[in-house]
Design a protein around this ligand. Structure first.
Ligand code: NAD
Ligand code: USQ
Length: 393
């Protein structure tokens, strides 16, 4: 198949591009390299030494004999170029990763809030509008987030996108429907992903677009089978207070003898998935497209849930690392339970990598090998959800 990967230079997009290329698909990456520019803004580098994109692409050709094409384009603001690239390449599938994905970055200031809303919502709308205008028969696969649901449950498993409801009408009849699960975002970033859902629902209803929305949990790990093949293919590892996600941060903190930064009591429960499973899930979603006329297909892309303090304890028990409970800069529930339905990807053949299996390899192979590249001054989370939280710290 011919596949465009929008955001294919990023943490999830790069290994996905390699994985799909390895399977024999023809790949075009479209990316504006904004993530690399944000590293410059934040004065931080990936813990792993990522190569410039042209070096990555040459290395992949050397290793695999396969060429991945690249076009630099800001899909949120350069609609005509996006449309031109789509019409020229004639993709069967578009995988959409191209959004500003860090919740703390989206809450840093009003500039960051506005940037995130402008970038994410325009990127998604432009891709959808270009599919309609090009009249291509494309399957759009989008990376959404578990955070669209919020993290609470009313004593039930969070369903895969749609909630069955019963409504009593005025004349006493009972009407049954399935509605999008009520959105409950916890940051401006997560809010943009809830807006994406409405855009998908609209273009699906109005134009019959074929869309799969993968509601992904927190991705951990760094390498996949393909990125391991050559050091020039290495994936990014974010550890800073804005972009570093909790499990990778804890693993890196242990490697540099920094106490693991548990926010508050660490009672937040979240959904997780290993990066190797991310690329597998995208392969499975592509192989099983929705039919034309089918509603947006929503799959929960996560394999396990963990409470933050339990993760810290698990890592401490395995490594002897220390734990520090720090003030939580976010406005979020101090404690929550999370039960999630994920039968659909398992049904398609996903065999999850569990945290217990991959954990030590990650610590030893990556975090310890590159620990000298860590700037510890970038570890604390200094993006506060409210002024009150900034003042309290
Ligand atoms: P990332 O920031 O590493 O990658 C995003 C890529 O998109 C970058 O290469 C960036 O340069 C590019 N991009 C952003 N805006 C663009 C634009 N306007 N035009 C062209 N390119 C643009 O993020 P990631 O961790 O790879 O996440 C990818 C997607 O997966 C995001 O949509 C995110 O919401 C979702 N997701 C990520 C995680 C996670 O833990 N990393 C978890 C759940 C969902
Ligand atoms: N946390 C700590 N200590 C830290 C960092 C985080 O206790 O040093 C806590 C946070 O307070 C939060 C939890 O860990 O309760 C998760 O934080 P995170 O930064 O790992 O994840 P989050 O902000 O939710 O965002 C990440 C990705 C985002 C994706 C989301 C999936 O950056 O792109 O959408 O995970 S989900 O969490 O399922 O919504």
């Amino acid at each position: 198949m011919k596949i465009i990967i929008v955001g294919g230079d990023g943490f999830c997009g790069w290994p996905t591009s390699l994985h799909l290329s390895n399977l024999g698909h023809e790949i075009l990456i479209i990316d504006n390299l904004s993530r690399r520019k944000i590293d410059v803004e934040l004065e931080v580098d990936s813990l792993t030494p990522i190569s410039p994109l042209s070096v990555r692409l040459d290395a992949w050709e050397e290793v695999s004999g396969k060429r991945i094409a690249f076009e630099n384009c800001d899909v949120a603001h350069n609609y005509m170029r996006l449309l031109y690239l789509m019409e020229k390449f004639q993709p069967d599938v578009i995988v959409h990763f191209a959004e500003q994905r860090a919740a703390p970055y989206s809450m840093k200031s009003s500039w960051h809030k506005r940037y995130t809303v402008d970038n994410n919502i325009n990127a998604t709308n432009n891709i959808l509008a270009a599919i309609v205008e090009s009249e291509l028969d494309v399957h759009l696969v989008h990376l959404g987030t578990m955070g669209v649901y919020g993290y609470g449950t009313a004593g039930m498993k969070i369903p895969e996108g749609y909630l069955p409801v019963k409504i009593e009408t005025e004349d006493g009849r009972e009407v049954r429907q399935e509605i999008l699960y009520p959105a409950n975002p916890g940051s401006i970033y997560h809010m943009t992903k809830t807006q994406d859902q409405l855009l998908f629902a609209f273009y699906n209803k109005n134009d019959g677009l074929k869309i799969t929305d993968l509601h992904q949990g927190i991705v951990w790990g760094t390498q996949t089978e393909e990125t391991k093949l050559d050091e020039r293919l290495i994936n990014r590892f974010d550890y800073d207070g804005d972009y570093g996600t909790v499990l990778n941060r804890f693993l890196m903190q242990v490697a540099v003898d920094y106490p693991m930064t548990v926010h508050g009591t660490g009672g937040q429960t979240r959904a997780f998935i290993h990066l190797q499973d991310t690329v597998k899930c995208i392969e499975l979603a592509i192989a099983s497209p929705p039919q034309r006329g089918e509603r947006v297909r929503i799959l929960n892309q996560m394999t396990e849930t963990h409470r933050v303090r339990d993760l810290a304890k698990l890592i401490a028990d395995k490594t002897g690392g220390k734990i520090e409970n720090v003030n939580n800069p976010r406005k979020e529930d101090a404690e929550n339970d999370l039960h999630v339905e994920n039968a659909r990807l398992l049904g398609l053949g996903l065999e999850p990598i569990t945290l217990e299996e991959g954990l030590l390899e990650e610590v030893t192979d990556i975090a310890r090998r590159y620990k000298d590249r860590c700037d510890v001054s970038r570890i604390p989370c200094v993006s506060y959800w409210t002024d009150g939280q900034r003042d309290a710290d």
